[in-house]
Design a protein. Structure first.
Length: 323
């Protein structure tokens, strides 16, 4: 059977580091509050002329290098983002042109912080259907562009960056020993769309708006939804938590991640954590964390990885794969 395997990974982080101490000057907050409530100590902020597309291109180039492939080897590109350079065309079109890819599918997926899991699922299904053999999947965000820098309840949480991977069709036996994606699980419940949103958009205000969040409510849903979807991914593949080598979660809040790990009875040394240094980079957080742990040698070929995310929509999802 056809499996989608990860051929290579890459990432990009902007140079500018914004610390909690710097935020103390901007709004009525403290390093202690931010660290205790979210686990975040610093985040990266893109330059004024640096766009989501620019970061996506840098991460994509790194993934191509890592995979020892060229743009001509790719059949398509999917970018998960909530902060596109323009309302249209898609950021994916900019990436396609910058890399010099051949014409093929190039589009964005918008599922906020769950965007990367959605994009991965879409790409996996294209590969399994035999429509594409190699797809570049990117999560890229300039969250700083939709932050209200006067709102202390949100401005301390988010950061910018991009991560990418290349999915490739390969032959599997249809067993858990295969390399590649075993299953993806996607959800949204639009009834909760007012818990986390931007107060603007092209067809309403004509602006992109700023992030508005009922943090405490989102937190409660995050803990419940994450536990459920992660269990669903394990059950679907008859996997027990002790078989998981690495949990690579969306990085919104260290307390949410710890709660998920605890439910699974996974020790924290099996969890990839970047939230302390990256903050919440929305759709970019999982591929950023994945690449970091691959690059520093923690994640090894053949290991079983569980990815999970939750975000505006409310959306949530998980993926189980062997690296
Ligand atoms: O990635 C997409 C999904 N998003 C998430 O998963 C985020 C989910 N939510 C969270 O991570 C947490 O709810 C937060 C980190 C956003 C907030 O933590 P919390 O423990 O839920 O705090 P809270 O919102 O209940 O606020 C507690 C207090 C409030 O004061 P009162 O009402 O108790 O007097 C806030 O006004 O903390 C106050 N507060 C702050 N104080 C200092 C809110 N923001 C700040 C701040 N600095 N930056």
């Amino acid at each position: 059977m056809i499996r989608s395997t990860i051929r290579g990974t890459g990432s990009y982080l902007p140079e500018k580091i914004l610390t909690n101490a710097e935020l103390e000057v901007l709004v009525d907050t403290s390093d202690e509050w931010i660290t205790q409530r979210s686990g975040i100590r610093e985040r990266r902020i893109a330059g004024p002329d640096e766009t989501t597309g620019d970061m996506a291109i840098a991460a994509a180039r790194a993934a191509l290098d890592n995979a020892a492939l060229t743009a001509a080897d790719l059949d398509g590109v999917i970018v998960a983002t909530t902060t596109p350079d323009r309302t249209f065309p898609a950021v994916a079109a900019k990436v396609q042109a910058a890399l010099g890819m051949n014409p093929g599918p190039a589009f964005d997926v918008q599922a906020v912080c769950t965007g990367f899991v959605y994009a991965l699922s879409v790409a996996d299904n294209f590969i399994k259907a035999g429509q594409m053999k190699r797809i570049l999947v990117i999560g890229a965000e300039k969250m700083s562009s939709i932050i209200d820098w006067k709102d202390r309840t949100t401005c301390v949480l988010f950061g910018d960056g991009a991560g990418a991977l290349i999915l490739e069709a390969s032959e599997g036996e249809g067993t858990l020993e295969d390399q590649g994606i075993f299953s993806t699980h996607l959800y949204s419940n639009g009834a909760f769309r007012d818990l986390l949103y931007t107060d603007g958009g092209p067809s309403s205000t004509g602006t992109s708006g700023h992030i508005v969040m009922q943090g405490r409510e989102v937190f409660k849903h995050a803990v419940t939804c994450m536990a459920e979807v992660v269990q669903e991914a394990l059950d679907a593949n008859k996997v027990t938590p002790d078989q998981i080598d690495w949990l690579v979660p969306h990085q919104a809040n260290s307390r949410i991640i710890e709660a998920t790990a605890k439910k699974l009875d996974l020790p924290m040394d099996k969890v990839v954590m970047t939230v302390e240094r990256h903050g919440n980079t929305s759709a970019a957080s999982i591929p950023l964390a994945l690449h970091e742990a691959v690059a520093d040698g923690r994640i090894q070929r053949g290991q079983l990885l569980l990815l999970e995310a939750m975000g505006g929509g409310l959306t949530w999802g998980a993926a189980l794969l062997r690296f």
